[in-house]
Write a protein that binds this ligand. Structure first.
Ligand code: URA
Length: 236
């Protein structure tokens, strides 16, 4: 199958049969207002861990109660020099068992979403807001996020991606430090951290599995993310 055929197959897997590119305002005043204040981004500072030290620290972490119920931590997966970073919520049952993010049904859809953009899973980096599975997949608690967010901040700093794609409300609200509903966060560009990494928000693949009618909007988000990425590449 050629590249166009593969892309169409991935779009079909996403349930997208037709789409119209959307023009979205990059760096609109509303978007800039929503940037994460630097003071709220956990800073790595002097003596920040290198990748191996960070991975070992996470693997042994007992900073919150979630360590008691986990099979293992789920650090992240993908290319260390990835230009795209995907951030989800927290490991589920499968991820806890395998030690890798997005390996269940939602992960398969995420792979299709990436392939629809012409990317393989292995060339992006995938991580979560939390490194341990919350019991019964409940939402992460603020104290758990607070204990874990420095790990993710350091991962972002070390990878230095050109774009972060937040999948789902929990990822978006916690990374951007906002309570704004996901429907309002979509379609704008934000910036994260001292490196001002562009951030784009879309729906969580698990939500898309439950609400397939929203896949069309998710595809619009992915096209917008690609647009933001291209602009970031150009400006680099
Ligand atoms: N959902 C997430 O947000 N992350 C995973 O790793 C798996 C499911």
């Amino acid at each position: 199958m050629n590249a166009a055929g593969r892309r169409q197959a991935c779009l079909s897997a996403m349930g997208v049969t037709a789409w119209v590119p959307r023009t979205a305002a990059v760096d609109s005043p509303a978007a800039l207002e929503a940037d994460v204040p630097a003071a709220l981004v956990p800073s790595a500072g002097e003596g920040a861990p290198d990748w191996d030290t960070l991975a070992a620290t996470v693997a042994a972490c007992q900073r919150c109660e979630l360590h008691q119920g986990r099979t293992q931590t789920v650090f992240g997966v993908g290319a260390r020099r990835a230009r795209w970073m995907i951030i989800g919520e927290a490991p589920g049952q499968e991820e806890d068992r395998k030690g890798e993010p997005f390996v269940g049904r939602a992960g398969q859809l995420l792979n299709s979403m990436l392939e629809a953009l012409g990317m393989r899973r292995g060339e992006v980096y995938i991580a979560n807001i939390l490194k341990c599975r919350p019991p019964n997949n409940r939402d992460p608690q603020p104290d758990e996020v607070a204990q874990c967010e420095g790990y993710l901040a350091r991962q972002i700093e070390l990878i230095s991606p050109r774009i972060i794609l937040c999948v789902g409300r929990i990822a978006a609200q916690n990374l951007l430090k906002t309570q704004t509903p996901i429907g309002k966060l979509r379609g704008q560009q934000y910036h994260y951290g001292p490196q001002a990494v562009p951030v784009v928000v879309t729906y969580h693949p698990a939500y898309l599995l439950r609400s397939p009618a929203e896949k069309r909007r998710a595809w619009q988000d992915l096209l917008f993310a690609r647009h933001v990425f291209a602009a970031a590449e150009e400006g680099a």
